[in-house]
Design a protein around this ligand. Structure first.
Ligand SMILES: [Zn+2]
Ligand SMILES: [Zn+2]
Length: 371
């Protein structure tokens, strides 16, 4: 039976999000319908509303959700009604070149489901009967979502769903950048630019991997203070500093082994590259504006043997990594409770986006009614 659901939509570029009642159709082949319990409000959602990531609108937002399966389509044998799931904003087919070589975050199916389900259609309509696109095949900032099975991962039912939701984007992206992409080594030195939702997780990923020195860099003292709770050993406020790269090079006594740009700005990526010691690795995690460029000294690329790499979705292998992250949470090594700094009802979604836009610290999460 099709579900009526309240959902958070981007209707017009540069305008606040709106909360509308939409219709969510039944699952088709290889799809499931999920009753969403919680959904984090991520910077990429904000980027979809202000045009930084140019999405075709109207769009049902949300890609950091968790909930309970309430219906399965035909051909679904690995999910059942009652299963608890976390969304994956990268759709994984399981058999393309990338899935087969252990890099499902680059799956070709994900490119077909940037704003629809992988078959190019949607299960979401507004009250006028018009199709609504869905963020990265998810659109989980809604009471219900019908998604492809390649966009959900089953989790243990005893894991609280509001905590589990965070794993879907911010935690996987940040922790994964450190653990999967950079493969941070014990005792190493890391510098993390940007202490928002993803940056805090890159910091705790470095801490989990055993980095000896973790320098958090931001423009807000409050965020730098919060970063220390997640494992940063040092904080550096770049506001008004004209020689940040030099300062950081000095602070790290000759450069960092790893540097992460968790903001996604070309100039910051260049700074991340600049604070590395020879042989170090800079990782671009934040998604920049498509026109942004990076300039590097070509000779130094050769002579310093530094690496510049991207990290998409924390190089996630969601089926493997989500349960591992839950295991780390249970053993007290992954902080999720501390990450949720604000919760909102779905009606308060415009406020949640305004708070994110104003740069409030930590993660805001929309909690859905349980009726
Ligand atoms: Zn996200
Ligand atoms: Zn694939």
């Amino acid at each position: 039976m099709a579900q009526s659901a309240k959902a958070v939509l981007a209707r017009e570029v540069g305008k606040p999000v709106v909360v509308e009642s939409i219709e969510v159709a039944d699952p088709k082949h290889a799809e499931v319908t999920v009753r969403i319990s919680a959904c984090g409000v991520c910077h990429s959602d904000l980027s979809a509303t202000n045009g930084t990531i140019p999405y075709p609108l109207p769009l049902v937002l949300g890609h950091e959700g968790a909930g309970v399966v309430i219906a399965v389509g035909d051909g679904v044998d690995n999910f059942a009604v009652g299963d608890h799931v976390v969304s994956s904003f990268v759709s994984m087919c399981g058999h393309c070149h990338y899935c087969q070589t252990g890099r499902p975050q680059l799956c070709v199916q994900s490119l077909k489901s940037l704003f629809t389900l992988p078959d190019g259609t949607v299960r979401t309509r507004d009250s006028a009967g018009k199709d609504l696109n869905v963020f990265c095949g998810c659109g989980v900032m809604a009471e219900f979502a019908t998604v492809h099975v390649g966009n959900v991962v089953k989790i243990d039912q005893s894991m609280p769903l509001d905590r589990a939701a965070l794993i879907a984007c911010g935690v996987m992206t940040g922790v994964g950048a450190a653990v999967n992409t950079a493969k941070v080594q014990a005792g190493s030195i890391a510098v993390v630019f940007g202490c928002g939702g993803v940056g805090l997780n890159a910091i705790q990923g470095c801490a989990i991997a055993g980095a000896g020195m973790i320098v958090a860099v931001d423009t807000s003292d409050e965020k730098l203070e919060l970063a220390k709770q997640f494992g940063a050993t040092h904080g550096y406020n770049v506001t008004g500093q004209s020689n940040a790269a030099k300062d950081l090079y000095k602070l790290t006594a000759g450069g960092a082994d790893y540097a992460f740009d968790c903001v996604g700005v070309g100039k910051i990526s260049e700074m991340a590259w600049g604070v590395l010691r020879r042989g170090g690795t800079a990782v671009i995690v934040g998604i920049s504006n498509p026109k942004d460029q990076i300039t590097l000294n070509a000779q130094q690329v050769a002579t310093t043997e530094k690496t510049l790499t991207g990290s998409y979705y924390g190089s996630a292998r969601p089926q493997l990594d989500f349960p591992r992250l839950i295991g780390l949470y249970r053993s007290g090594r992954l902080k999720l409770d501390e990450l949720i700094t604000r919760t909102y009802s779905i009606e308060e979604a415009p406020r949640a986006f305004a708070d994110l836009n104003e740069g409030k610290q930590g993660r805001g999460v929309i909690i859905f009614d349980e009726d």
